[in-house]
Write a protein that binds this ligand. Structure first.
Ligand code: 6PG
Length: 244
């Protein structure tokens, strides 16, 4: 894939610095060209210092719209909430308008209802028709040691969803809301930020010429736009450039 770029950074600090640099350049370009920037955040531990670093920048927050690529199906004040982590690390520390923070709804008793609500919200925001996949400027992704990304976990039903923007993921029986892989693949830029030696085996399978996509769901992420794999050395030192 010509649009796939793999960078292995010396350590977690360098990884975060590079991810920040890339995101800032995407923000500048998008706002120059369209007057706004849209980004979907990932959860987990890896991106927290990245969100803290973004919060330290002076940016035109009124032109920046934040979505989530997945969310645990818990209240927004729950310690597991991706929204809570991003608010503490970043969003509560900057003057971004509340209307620019597009959190995934998790209060309905039915996750499928919440998924449909968020899908409708995206369609309205991006003025996309049913069946169209809007293109976010940047979708940030992490990857688990099982090669899941967002809440696209191995051998789960949501991996088969191709006609919706948002689906209901499943982690060990716990529901999650997630971008479907076709929505992720519609992005202008997909940016994986992956750190830690525990991700090496999964990366080997994701980058292998042949492996099962349902077993290693990050393989499904093949966007038409840019695909960046930013890795620290612990995670990616075995991968050579020609894996790119
Ligand atoms: C989540 C994330 C998930 C995460 C990976 C990696 O909701 O947990 O969206 O996909 O990115 O599990 O998590 P770490 O960065 O903590 O390794």
């Amino acid at each position: 894939m010509m649009n796939k770029k793999v960078e292995v950074l010396t350590d977690h600090k360098a990884l975060i610095a590079r991810a920040l640099e890339l995101i800032l350049s995407k923000i500048e370009t998008a706002i120059e060209q369209k007057g706004q920037f849209t980004i979907a955040l990932s959860g987990g531990n890896t991106p927290k210092p990245l969100y803290e670093a973004i919060a330290n920048k002076k940016l035109p927050w009124e032109k920046i719209h934040v979505f989530w690529g997945d969310e645990r199906y818990v209240p927004p004040d729950h310690p597991e909430s991706n929204q809570l982590m991003a608010r503490h690390a970043w969003l509560d520390r900057v003057d971004i308008p509340a209307a620019n923070i597009h959190s995934m709804p998790t209060s309905d008793t039915e996750p499928a209802v919440a998924a449909a609500q968020y899908e409708q919200h995206l369609q309205e925001f991006f003025h996309s028709l049913p069946g169209e996949f809007p293109s976010l400027d940047v979708i940030l992704l992490g990857m688990g040691d099982d090669a899941h990304t967002a809440s696209l976990f191995p051998h789960t039903e949501v991996l088969k969803v191709r006609d919706h923007l948002i689906g209901v993921g499943n982690k060990d029986g716990n529901p999650r809301l997630t971008f479907t892989y076709p929505l992720i693949n519609a992005a202008s830029c997909v940016m994986f930020v992956v750190a830690g030696a525990n991700k090496r085996q999964a990366l080997d399978q994701v980058f292998a010429p042949v492996a099962d996509d349902l077993t290693y769901p990050s393989r499904l992420i093949q966007p038409q736009g840019e695909l960046w794999w930013l890795l620290d050395a612990d995670a990616g030192s075995d991968l050579t450039k020609d894996n790119g």
